[in-house]
Ligand binder design. Structure first.
Ligand code: RUQ
Ligand code: CUA
Length: 672
């Protein structure tokens, strides 16, 4: 590609123009790019029907708020996990049981912008227990259970806005972090925006993550009012440290594209979080009133609860010397990535003409030598020369993110010049480059941000796909491109469209989790307050204007399936238990005129949906998942009468069930 020949003048022009232009205007013709695919590519990605992929890949859904799971190398979409957005496909955020998962201090929030999936780690290597992901807009972190592929927990981050540098994990998953992209008044307050420099601050949050259901904000660190962008934990020798990029060290509050691009260097914040732990334990952090939600999904009751928390511990670096240092880093850095050995800290300076790499051992020496330039808000700024290990020269335009193959090489995405550049750690020489189509953001190597990458594939996550797929009107899908990185040269293998906008992704060998998948929920262990374990337990009850209908779903009927006595003005709850105990036998439920989504009910699960009928009539309901040969027979009716009607509240329960019921009652009576 033309732009992959790198011109400093072009960078200067782009920066002066204050715009990051897309390179796709000089896109190669389709036949050119397809000729770049090597001859055996089809074979390398072909996973025969009925065979499994080698890796699970988890791609963020960006502004869809969800996660998409793909098999690699085939690129087949195998699951969409509902996280931050209501999803009618599985009733996430529509079913009563799941609504509390989307609760925040701002109320019920049906959407977020999810950027960075991160696998839990043990000893610095993905362990297949959980996947975390951030919500950017209303800062949150979610935990996904990798035995059920469902969201199990969400914690909100107070004193934050734009939870972008999240949720990167420590090598032991003790913490996942989040940082403010937007600095804001802390606590948030009604102040003039022009008072930015006086009133606006950032925070770095450390969230305990290794106890399911118990995520908690261990502490927040109060930072100067920059924009904090991305983070990664140290490992090996740098274990115990965390690195966050920042831009807008100018502290501009308007026209950032120009005003935050003035300084030659911004900063990476190096945080000694063990030092922070000690300061917090010594009482140096202040208790800071803060409202934030902690939402937990209980697998036995199939029900989420939301708890509003009221305070955090806030640590000011001035009260904890040695907790934070700034590493000058050119220029408006975006990604920060630590190599598998833990020695090198690589920054992707969007506007930089080099890829700067800091050295952890030099950082330690610089701290010991007090090689400081100045101090900002109690945080020493180290001398660039004292911490820099090397610079990758002329890498391309717009470096963003770097991953590693575990064989001594780094791979950096170049947004503007639309390419991936492979370079050698230690010598900083570029050894290969390949085009991407187009405008690559993140890239991902399975385990590529861990101690032990599985360095066989690299996935490029692209923003622009003009001319790659059949055109679909004004908006085109984003895409992922799979490259073989097992040899010296990167080879393009496959190109597939993605849901939402994939930012980051993670992947692990399928063998790590595929045999741990839960096949169905135990009906016997179902503790939902509306569980219906047998037909005889179904029924309809009224309490004032609230009507509860309990029913079972099984191939191929609902029971009860004829309900009367509902009145206009009632709020009706359908509680449906799928009593199947068999893998993937899922039923659905939907009722005419419902302003809600359907329900999708997994085997052994109970789900409830609220319905407010507006007019008298008879309303059919049916199963929405083609579950059996008689799926179309899986239907029923609710009769709605005018308010105050004398129609009795009844649910038909089959004669057999009624018999069972009366026998049960009789035996209860004899027991008494
Ligand atoms: S950020 S490229 Cu969240 Cu790089 Cu998307
Ligand atoms: Cu149950 Cu279709």
């Amino acid at each position: 590609m033309k732009l992959s020949k790198w011109f400093p003048q072009a960078a200067a022009a782009l920066v002066a123009g204050g715009a990051l232009l897309y390179a796709c205007t000089s896109a190669p013709k389709q036949n050119q790019s397809s000729s770049l695919v090597s001859g055996d590519a089809a074979q390398r990605v072909y996973v025969a029907p009925g065979s499994y992929d080698e890796y699970y890949a988890f791609l963020s859904g960006g502004y869809s708020g969800q996660i998409a799971v793909y098999g690699l190398p085939s690129g087949r979409l195998i699951k969409v996990i509902s996280v931050f957005s209501q999803n009618p496909e599985d009733a996430w955020g529509y079913a009563e049981e799941t609504k509390p998962m989307l609760n925040t201090s701002y109320g019920f929030i049906p959407w977020d912008d999810a950027h960075h999936p991160e696998l839990s780690q043990t000893n610095g290597v993905p362990d297949g227990r959980w996947l975390f992901i951030n919500g950017n807009n209303t800062p949150r972190i979610a935990r996904i259970d990798l035995t059920t592929f469902t969201t199990a927990e969400i914690i909100q981050l107070p004193n934050s806005a734009g939870g972008h540098a999240a949720p990167f994990t420590t090598p032991d998953s003790k913490y996942v972090v989040s940082a403010t992209r937007f600095s804001v008044p802390i606590p948030n307050a009604d102040v003039p925006i022009a008072s930015y420099k006086d009133n606006f601050r950032g925070t770095l949050s450390f969230v305990t993550a290794d106890q399911p259901g118990k995520m908690d904000i261990a502490f927040q660190i109060l930072m100067p009012g920059f924009d904090y962008d991305l983070g990664h934990a140290g490992k090996g020798p740098s274990d115990g440290w965390f690195f966050f990029t920042s831009y807008n060290s100018e502290q501009a509050n308007t026209k950032l594209e120009v005003n935050a691009s003035q300084n030659d260097k911004d900063f990476i914040a190096a945080i000694n979080y063990r030092q922070a732990e000690q300061c917090v334990a010594a009482g140096k952090a202040k208790t800071f009133p803060s409202k934030y939600a902690h939402n937990v999904y209980d697998e036995a009751s199939h029900t989420a609860t939301s708890t509003m928390m009221t305070s955090v511990r806030m640590l000011d670096p001035r009260d904890c010397p040695g907790v934070a240092y700034f590493l000058p880093t050119p220029k408006s850095p975006h990604g920060v990535d630590v190599d598998p050995t833990g020695e090198y800290i690589v920054a992707g300076g969007k506007l930089a003409t080099v890829i700067p790499v800091h050295s952890f051992s030099k950082l330690q020496k610089a701290i010991a030598d007090k090689a400081f330039d100045k101090e900002i808000a109690g945080i020493p700024v180290l001398k660039y020369e004292a911490v820099i290990a090397g610079e990758v020269q002329k890498p391309g335009l717009g470096p963003l993110h770097t991953e590693f193959d575990g064989k001594g090489y780094a791979y950096t995405s170049m947004f503007i010049s639309s390419e991936v550049v492979k370079w050698k750690l230690g010598t900083w020489e570029i050894v290969d480059r390949v085009p991407t189509y187009y405008s690559i953001g993140h890239l991902m190597i399975p385990g590529g941000d861990s101690k032990k990458p599985w360095g066989k594939y690299m996935l490029a996550l692209n923003k622009i796909t003009k001319d790659r797929y059949l055109p679909t009107g004004p908006e085109l899908f984003q895409s992922a491109q799979l490259y073989d990185i097992s040899g010296d040269k990167m080879k393009l293998l496959l190109d597939f469209p993605t849901i939402g906008e994939p930012h980051y992704a993670q992947a692990l060998p399928a063998a790590m989790i595929k045999d741990k998948q839960l096949k169905f929920y135990s009906l016997a262990n179902n503790t939902n307050q509306y569980v219906t374990r047998a037909e005889s337990e179904g029924g309809i009850t009224r309490s004032g204007k609230r009507v509860d209908i309990k029913m079972i779903a099984i191939r191929s009927h609902f029971a009860p399936d004829n309900l009367e006595g509902v009145q206009v003005g009632d709020t009706v709850y359908f509680h449906v238990t799928n009593i199947e105990q068999d893998w993937d036998i899922v039923h659905g439920f939907a009722v005419l005129g419902s302003e809600n989504s359907e329900l999708i009910i997994n085997p052994g699960e109970t789900r409830s949906i609220r319905w407010i009928p507006k007019a008298p009539g008879v309303y059919p309901f049916y199963c929405t998942d083609f579950c059996s040969a008689l799926h179309q027979e899986m239907q029923g009716y609710v009769r709605v009468s005018p308010a105050g009607s004398m129609v009795a509240l009844t649910a038909n329960v089959s004669p057999k069930a009624q018999q069972q019921m009366s026998t049960a009652k009789k035996s209860e009576a004899t027991k008494k």
